[in-house]
Design a protein around this ligand. Structure first.
Ligand SMILES: Nc1nc2c(c(=O)[nH]1)N[C@H]1C(S)=C(S)[C@@H](COP(=O)(O)OP(=O)(O)OC[C@H]3O[C@@H](n4cnc5c(N)ncnc54)[C@H](O)[C@@H]3O)O[C@H]1N2
Ligand code: MOO
Length: 360
């Protein structure tokens, strides 16, 4: 509001000049202007944003029931993995996936429980998964999911029965957005959320890890396990797999950091949001369209998800694919604003093509 008066003189005396007369009711907030009796502040399942918290506050709701943050166990597999703080040794690599996945989990509202890394041994891995099941609502593993002799997650998954309708290369979950269906990989009856726990994402075994957990008699997953899918028709991250173990979702992401990141965005993020009560559509990745700013030369037998920078020029959104976008590379991950969805094609995609973008 600006002052509508000015100093003036009237017949030699100081006066106030009113520039514009007030209208009746002006600057008075009538009762019920913004909210009526019965107005809904937030529907059940709404993710509470700062604006919702302001509304709840103004109407005196100090406490409201919310979903517990899902506890997400993060288990990196690979004999070559070292803790982040370790000096490099020949043939070894630092476990960056655990730290990245933990940060991604926290970013989408989950609570990350970073478990001790396991070598490529079925017994140790099955034991670690049993421990993860006891501690968490959802398990994310990285690595060991491809076709090599030491890909232990893959061999454990091969040992369980596929769910009716499970496929080798399912459609990607966000293709369900148009139908309004729940993502196909979300199993019905996921175990209810339990009390919260907190743990730091240092990559070390958490202090609450039960000591002396009895080893499983066989390196196998529990009887009640069901395979949802093994492998997805996408690049990167084609070995991504999913199963339900004892009523909890296991997402097995690729060990390659770039593929691990893409797998998380496409599969883990929607699942974590669903566990927080988000509706099927709300939890799916948000998509926009943009013009490709530079050509993407490489073709792919499967749909490809390319990390990209986004910018706008003259009212048009452009996607500029980032360098260092290979599955094994991570330099482009922090730079990426989105993932370009490129259709399977033997050829590359020319500049100026209108492409779908998943926003990160
Ligand atoms: N014979 C074939 N081999 C592979 C195929 C194939 O079709 N046939 N597919 C390749 C593709 S595509 C991918 S993707 C990878 C996925 O392999 P895994 O998920 O089993 O991952 P690993 O082999 O365990 O690791 C791959 C790569 O990533 C590094 N890594 C693993 N974990 C971490 C971590 N926690 N932090 C950082 N880096 C990690 C690991 O050292 C390897 O370099 O399979 C191909 N092979
Ligand atoms: O599926 Mo892999 O990530 O393409 O290299």
């Amino acid at each position: 509001m600006l002052e509508q008066t000015a100093d003036a003189w009237d017949e030699g005396l100081p006066a106030v000049h009113v520039k514009r007369a007030a209208e009746p009711g002006q600057n008075i907030a009538p009762r019920g202007e913004e909210f009526r009796c019965g107005s809904v502040i937030a529907e059940p399942g709404t993710r509470l944003r700062p604006g919702h918290v302001a509304l709840l506050g103004t109407f005196g709701y100090a406490d409201v029931p919310v979903y517990a943050r899902p506890r997400v166990a993060v288990l990196a597999t690979g004999a070559e993995l070292l803790p982040v703080e370790a000096a490099l040794a020949p043939g070894c690599i630092r476990d960056s996936n655990s730290a990245m996945v933990a940060a991604l989990v926290e970013q989408c509202g989950g609570e990350a429980l970073v478990l001790a890394r396991v070598p490529d041994e079925p017994e140790a891995t099955a034991r670690a998964l049993a421990e993860a099941l006891a501690l968490s609502d959802l398990i994310i593993t990285t690595g060991g999911v491809s076709v090599g002799d030491y890909d232990v997650i893959a061999s454990l998954l091969r040992g369980i029965e596929p769910t009716a309708g499970a496929t080798e290369s399912p459609s990607l979950p966000h293709t369900a957005a148009a139908t309004g269906e729940a993502p196909a990989f979300m199993p019905a009856g996921i175990a209810p959320l339990q009390a919260q726990q907190s743990v730091s994402a240092t990559g070390e075994a958490p202090a609450f890890m039960p000591a002396g957990t009895a080893p499983l008699p066989e390196p196998a997953l529990p009887q009640a396990s069901r395979l949802l899918f093994n492998k997805v028709a996408m690049r990167p991250g084609s070995p991504t797999s999913a199963a339900v173990i004892d009523g909890k979702l296991l997402l097995a992401l690729s060990g390659n950091p770039g593929a691990c990141f893409v797998g998380f965005e496409l599969f883990a993020k929607p699942a974590i949001q669903r566990l927080q009560g988000a509706g099927a559509n709300e939890s799916l990745p948000k998509q926009v369209t943009a013009k490709l700013a530079s050509p993407f030369e490489k073709g792919s037998p499967h749909e490809r998800f390319v990390r990209t920078r986004l910018f706008s020029r003259e009212g048009m959104l452009y996607a500029d694919p980032l360098a260092f976008g290979k599955s094994s590379m991570m330099a482009s991950i922090p730079e990426a604003d989105g993932l370009i969805r490129l259709k399977a094609s033997p050829e590359g995609t020319p500049a100026d093509t209108i492409v779908d973008i998943i926003l990160l």
